[in-house]
Design a protein around this ligand. Sequence first.
Ligand SMILES: Cc1ncc(COP(=O)(O)O)c(C=O)c1O
Length: 474
Amino acid sequence: MNRAAPRPSAALFPPAEERQRYDNFLTHELMLARQRIELGPVMPAFDLQAFRQELAGFDFRTPRPLDEALSWTIGQMEHGLVHITHPRYFGLYNPAPAFPAQCADRIAGSFNPQLATATTSPAAVEIEAHVIRAVAQRAGFPSEATGHFTSGGSEANYTALICALTRSNENFASEGSRAFKGKPVFYVSRESHLAWLKIAHQAGIGRSAVRLVATDGSGRMDANALAAAIAGDRRLGCVPVMIAATAGTTNAGMIDPLTACAEIAQTSGVWFHVDAAWGGALIASDRLRNILDGIERADSTTIDAHKWFATTMGCGMFITKHALVLSSAFQAATSFMPSNAAGIDPYVTSVQWSRRFLGLRLFLSLAAAGWNGYGEHVERSIELAGMLEQELTARKWLIANQSPLAVLCIEPPRHCGEAKAIVQRVLASGRVWIASAGFEGRDIIRACVTHGETTEDDIHELVDALQDASKAAA
Ligand SMILES: Cc1ncc(COP(=O)(O)O)c(C=O)c1O
């Protein structure tokens, strides 16, 4: 009996000409939204209750036309987000994505390659490996260095800790933290990114394993305090496994003393990791690369492409000199995977199993801009941050950090209100977006100038917004 197969769902798999129409519609609508966003507030007013009511209308019983759902979604994104793509967004390090990275997302979404194994996606796996090698070499790592793309800095830092534990004790893989005679501990500065606490929890060694080493008053890890902490822990029977220095602290862009940390790691026999999640982009600049001197001595490093390399989120990188440690930490063999070769198949050398083609974002961006283009991108940011500093200090504002990167920790002039109150007023104005943060125990206003299209006018607008808010808050 000949029975025709059921037709594919037209809503999920529309025919080619329909797709073309939706594609054109989407491209056009997104371009218009982008133009409107640039002219509007960085942080639109958002009525969450009204939004929830509208959202509840999607009960998924009655299908809606796709173009209607697309328009609705774009409209909600336009009014329901802090616009990190706005040139007056001086916020966290998440960028306005570079255009080639956006193109990469379209390509990845279209081919949807499975990057777990090289057997099924050899071209994609090779492209990622090529980019990782290029970044590793640029960071001064040896040619045998390896690594992979991650969901972000947290996953990359987690990978570093698992590697450190695996190398420190050959029974960690089978016994977990029970393999250690004493409590395994690791060292980061108290200005480091505190995802380290979650990471210790996830790794099963507990949050109390994180030693928050004192800083030097300028936001950098105090190397003497680090050495003393390791010695103290040893006396107590703890087992130091890793020093993770930060190259570009989250709040203040400070660089821990990488060479001193590398020396201490070497004499203590512990894994040395450099969390260069956002500062790592400096490798692109021949002029500024020396700011990261010492990174090449690390056993591993984290560099996020979705921060200063301006790819779409999330796109981190974990790079290490120790391919064998990496593969013994994440090995697995199954009958259903077509292959499981360490160093070739990403799922046996990394946390993830199924994986998206993230590395294409940096590949296309690097292909289009070259290292020089990225070098100019980071140098430009630093120049704009310098202009901001000049304008502010001329008006008696204070800069609490001496960062070589593009972030300022700003304190208001005397009698001009508290930092937090000023930030609230600035945010309420919608003119620019800045953050409240702490630096060396002080409340500060943080302005990060990493958006690739921010102009001098945008800097003036930020200064004016701060001045106005401080007068109102005084
Ligand atoms: C220094 C540093 N490390 C790690 C992270 C965490 O990275 P992600 O948010 O990509 O997981 C951040 C995020 O800002 C960071 O600044």
